[in-house]
Design a protein around this ligand. Structure first.
Ligand code: SAM
Length: 281
């Protein structure tokens, strides 16, 4: 899989992909990242990429021409030319690539979207700056606008790095242990997990989108706190039950919205009801 990042700050990425899992994935050729300096697609002495907004107001806007030229240099045509209009529904010619605009106005970037992107051959990420990107680039070229959260960053570079990191680790072979990305926060439900879930209890046993449970390591006593007894006696059934209960507890406390779309068993619902009752006492 290949990412193409279009930015006015190519130097931003110099150190960001040089650590841990991402560095290894790049070194092993499992993933490629192309960084493209938007200013290379300008034709004036000052290498101008921005201009004042029509209608007045604060800030500057990234001009459409350099962005269109940068995409063209990557062989990415406007969407209309990528879609066979006569088909119903329209067929995307190159179904295995997406052009993504990083934007605070975009749809939320989630683990499910990361999974979707990880199944593609190529993802182009457009990093906005200033007040953003001329909207015609979005209309003409972009398949989706993605936001990494409900706050405003000063540029799309951090967001692009987040999207690359979260997507890349879902590509087969990138994580040492293939199952790691399935058995963690927002992991898939049991039915979708190819790996054998017997044996050592995993974090997302049948979770289907809950948050991960808390993790502990040696020493068993630290700062006056003991690691939970349920984890110390090697009883897999007990560990599994404790972990499930903790997933439910964390999700209820920090992200109750996730419970709406999770695959919950009758036992899970009983546990949640007891937790809610306990909270309201
Ligand atoms: N005027 C824009 C608004 O109010 O939505 C904010 C522009 S922001 C200062 C500059 C650039 O940062 C955006 O074009 C976008 O590429 C990026 N950006 C800001 N917040 C973001 C977020 N939450 N997710 C993804 N990209 C973001």
């Amino acid at each position: 899989m290949r990412f193409e990042i279009i930015t006015i700050f190519p130097g931003f990425f110099a150190s960001i992909f040089e650590n841990g899992v991402v560095r290894r994935a790049l070194a092993e050729g499992l993933v490629e990242v192309g960084i493209h300096d938007l200013r290379d697609f300008t034709h004036d002495r000052h290498r101008t990429v921005d201009d004042r907004p029509f209608g007045g107001g604060e800030g500057m806007v990234l001009k459409p021409e350099p962005l269109a030229e940068a995409l063209g240099s990557l062989g990415i045509a406007p969407r209309a030319q990528r879609v066979l209009e006569h088909c119903t529904p329209p067929q995307v010619i190159s179904a295995s690539q997406r052009v993504v605009l990083l934007s605070a106005q975009g749809r939320p970037f989630t683990q499910a979207l990361a999974r979707e992107l990880a199944s593609l051959d190529r993802v182009a990420l457009l990093c906005g700056r200033y007040e953003g990107v001329d909207e015609r680039i979005n209309e003409l070229y972009c398949d989706m606008e993605l936001s990494i959260g409900d706050y405003v960053l000063s540029g799309g570079e951090l967001a692009a790095a987040v999207v690359v990191d979260a997507t890349m680790r879902l590509i087969p072979g990138v994580l040492g242990n293939e199952a790691s990305s399935e058995f963690e926060s927002f992991g898939v439900a049991d039915a979708d997990i190819a790996t054998d879930i017997e044996g050592v209890p995993r974090s997302q046993h049948g979770a289907g989108g809950l948050l991960d449970y808390p993790h502990y390591t040696r020493p068993a006593e630290f700062g006056g706190l003991r690691a939970p007894d349920a984890l110390l006696n090697g009883d897999h059934g007990q560990i599994r039950r404790w972990r499930r209960e903790q997933q439910l507890r964390k999700t209820l406390a920090n992200r109750p919205d996730l419970l709406e779309s999770c695959a919950l068993s009758a036992e899970d619902r009983n546990i949640l009801e007891a937790m809610r009752a306990e909270k309201s006492r």
